[in-house]
Design a protein around this ligand. Structure first.
Ligand code: PRP
Length: 180
């Protein structure tokens, strides 16, 4: 185990089981649709890569990069889009937004409305991890790998200062690493 990790929350095997379960649900729901997996960079890259390998339904992939400003106690945090989805056939696409984690809920709440306004045929959301205790805006994802407590988790795409994304499991970071 990496020296910075206090505890493994989801082992590689547990992550595989979690993603297999989500893939079966997505297969069931998207059998007759034009599924486009929309990866929200950067944290979702590992989860999305594993998810798409496990799907039986055909899918296309696309990418967006967004960041949230004005986090804090208000619900008015602004979302900045630095890489947008640009496809002429958006009105025929059933978008499944793929996230690594939901915290305040601002990002997915905003993105869902944004993509519908932009003309997507349908928009659903899928997250690997969910921290419901951190919610600032009311938001519920359609597919959730697991709810977790408010722990500082890294690995499987999740970072601390851009590190640890490459860990093949989800672990809790030692407080001394982030000065907690
Ligand atoms: C994280 C995560 C979500 C967002 C969730 O991204 O990947 O996109 O924050 O938070 P919210 O529910 O409060 O909106 P981050 O900004 O850390 O970027 P990264 O994926 O590139 O690490």
């Amino acid at each position: 185990m990496n020296d910075a990790i206090e505890q493994v929350l989801f082992s590689e095997k547990e992550m595989e089981e979690m993603i297999t379960r989500i893939a079966r649900d997505v297969d069931r729901d998207y059998a007759d649709k034009k599924l486009v997996l929309l990866c929200i960079l950067k944290g979702s890259v590992v989860f999305m890569g594993e998810l798409m390998k496990k799907l039986d339904v055909p899918c296309e992939i696309d990418f967006m990069k967004v960041s949230s400003y004005g986090a804090g106690t208000t619900s008015s945090g602004n979302i900045n889009i630095s890489l947008d989805i640009t496809r002429p056939d958006l009105d025929t696409c059933d978008i499944l937004v793929v996230e690594d984690i939901i915290d305040s809920g601002r990002t997915l709440s905003y993105l869902t409305k944004y993509l519908l306004n932009k003309g997507a045929k349908s928009v659903k959301t899928c997250t690997m991890l969910d921290k419901p205790s951190r919610r600032v805006v009311d938001f519920k994802a359609d597919y959730v790998g697991s709810e977790i407590e408010d722990l500082f988790v890294v690995g499987y795409g999740l970072d601390y200062a851009e590190r640890y994304r490459d860990l093949p499991y989800v672990g809790v970071l030692k407080p001394e690493v982030y000065g907690g």
